[in-house]
Design a protein around this ligand. Sequence first.
Ligand SMILES: NC(=O)c1ccc[n+]([C@@H]2O[C@H](COP(=O)([O-])OP(=O)(O)OC[C@H]3O[C@@H](n4cnc5c(N)ncnc54)[C@H](OP(=O)(O)O)[C@@H]3O)[C@@H](O)[C@H]2O)c1
Length: 361
Amino acid sequence: MNRHLLNRRQFSARCAAFGLSFPALSAMLAAQATAQVLGTGAGSKPAARTVKLPDGTTVPPLGQGCWHLGQGRHPPAVEEEALRTGISLGMTLIDTSGNYGNGRSEQFLSHVIAGQRDRIFLVSKVEGDQVSGDGIARACAASLARLGSEYLDLYLLHWPVPSAQFSGVVAAFEQLRAAGKIRAWGVSNFNVGQMEDLFRVPDGHRCATNQVPYSLNNRRIERDVLPWCKQHNLPVMAYSPLGGDNNLVVGDRTLAQVGTIHGCSAAAVALAWVIRSGSVIAIPESGSPAHVKENAVALSIALTPRDLQTLDEAFPGPFGVARASGATQLPSTCSSCLPPVRRCNAVDSLHSILQIARRKR
Ligand SMILES: NC(=O)c1ccc[n+]([C@@H]2O[C@H](COP(=O)([O-])OP(=O)(O)OC[C@H]3O[C@@H](n4cnc5c(N)ncnc54)[C@H](OP(=O)(O)O)[C@@H]3O)[C@@H](O)[C@H]2O)c1
């Protein structure tokens, strides 16, 4: 078994240890009961237990973000407890960056990962203004020193640089991989055009993920980045999966209602929704142990088709609401398949919906 993951028995034992057995269990029972009442049992989707990276490594679908940690938002001991709690509950993927708090996030993390490095899938990032010369190698060495680790599991380019620099960036990442300093590399905040340019440079297809914003109230990537990544078997890493500090979805009434059915919090429902496909990894941030416990419940929630429809109606995506009746509210334009765009990146299913609907008009 992959060392970053808990099996079901371990997960249940940890939930029990953290007093989570009832919500987690009731979430599953409620989902089953609801599905039976609504006649939707056959289509119910259990939350994905793992997400596979292109090199075959499996990671949990739920990790922990560390942008503001180690910078006084909560007392350090509380933040440490929050992260350790999340790790114990299976949220073993930890996301940070060399520039979070000018390195303070990584320094803080060094205390948490000490003694348990091999259980953790550690992600950090390099900035666009660090890529020239041997800048990526130097930035990586500085991150490793702050983290007190000999390697990163994944190293990301935080923001896109001009496409002309992609081959140099990829070569630098590949050198770090060959030297054992990083195990994989990826990108962040790339659009489809940038992903295509990346895949054209030598070894560009070795990219492990694209980390982008994705939440119920920010579904923009469903228009193009998500289908493109799916077509290329590239998992997406969803940042700000609860909407981010300024736009949190956790107070939403519909989410609370779905949470009541499942015996869990609105936050857990929002996260279960983000990871529902099995090809998206969510990295919520929390410095609160109580919040982390709520968030971890997302790993055991099975959202039903009825739940998904309810959430779709409350938070319509870029293509509108797909209704159970089959009628689909069409987007006013489809940048992927309407002329004059020549190359088409949309998913097959979207095309089918659009084309069938147009034929019926
Ligand atoms: N690649 C990029 O450009 C990029 C950009 C932004 C973020 N990120 C990464 O993504 C991570 C997460 O993104 P984010 O911090 O923007 O947004 P987020 O995870 O959507 O939201 C974080 C906020 O949610 C609160 N929260 C967490 N769990 C909660 C719960 N159960 N109930 C109520 N509130 C809860 C947190 O407060 P408490 O601490 O009080 O729980 C915090 O204020 C970051 O830490 C970072 O690692 C990457």
